[in-house]
Design a protein around this ligand. Sequence first.
Ligand code: FAD
Length: 317
Amino acid sequence: MKVTEHIERAKGETLFSFEIIPPVKGRSIKELYDNIDPLMEFKPPFIDVTTSREEYVYIDRDGLLDKKLTRMRPGTVGICASIKHKYDVDTIPHVLCGGFTKEETEYLLVDCHYLGIDNIMALRGDAMKGEQYFEPTKGGHKYASELVSQIRNLNSGQYLHEVIETDNCSDFCIGVAGYPEKHMEAPSMKTDLKWLKKKVDLGAQYIVTQMFFDNQKYFDFVTAAREAGIDVPIIPGIKPIAVKRHLQLLPQVFRIDLPQDLIEEVEKCRNNTAIRQVGIEWAIAQSKELKDAGAPVLHYYSMGKSDNIREIAKAIF
Ligand code: FAD
């Protein structure tokens, strides 16, 4: 079922969902199941599965380093299929512009359609590791809005190189990313919202936000988005702080601010167990306020570990 249908059916009740990361190549999918199992009692209507960018690795061949391009965490669509089958839950693959030609994207979307996947999260992807800026793949898309158009076209039988008249068209519901603290490359919030609106105008049906730690940022973002004419559901993304390193890492990677009170609480902690607890309590407070304000879904970034998400879900759902 589509995310928008889940939201409609909930009739104003806030839903629980989360995002998982495919295991590193060679690891078992069982580890993933072990982290999903404890969250299923909170009845997520859908689970997102991320896609990682490809990266360069250097292979030592008799003293000479061979540079190769590889994807460390492949398997997004396969994982979506296996989780959907095992738990009877909707799964949402993150489909990226970066690293894929338009043709490869078409084949991936066809696979998703065969697998009964109803939703696609359409994203540009970040710059590759070690590169400062996002470089579009040759033959691929430059912006997520172009990917949204490709998916919309496919929904009406318009493949890249032919129009196929069929009663078996896909009908993907399309999600896109939004940034309460502005995307790092956007020159202003207003410009970022202009491009977000373009994604919606081209067919995106819901937005999931980047993580934020100050709810006011989300509330202001929703207000600004509505004023800009964006009327689709805006799902807040929540990440509990788990280790001290997050104080530097999260602002650096995601260009977000951390509230001073949160920083001070983390700095008081003597070990990571205490920090994890601070993260849980902060996320519970955020979640309560967002739920009271009528957020359609609370979407948690699990980063592969579910014990803290479970504690939060227990307090909220
Ligand atoms: P876009 O919407 O294309 O925007 C990128 C930038 O270009 C923005 O600054 C925007 O303002 C600007 N822009 C957009 N259109 C135009 C235009 N026509 N002309 C000029 N400027 C324009 N990354 C991954 O690699 N894998 C994932 O699984 C993943 N999941 C994510 C899930 C969520 C909920 C979020 C919020 C992010 C996720 N990301 C993921 C990160 C995402 O790929 C990056 O934030 C990326 O830098 C931007 O992606 P986007 O889809 O927002 O890009």
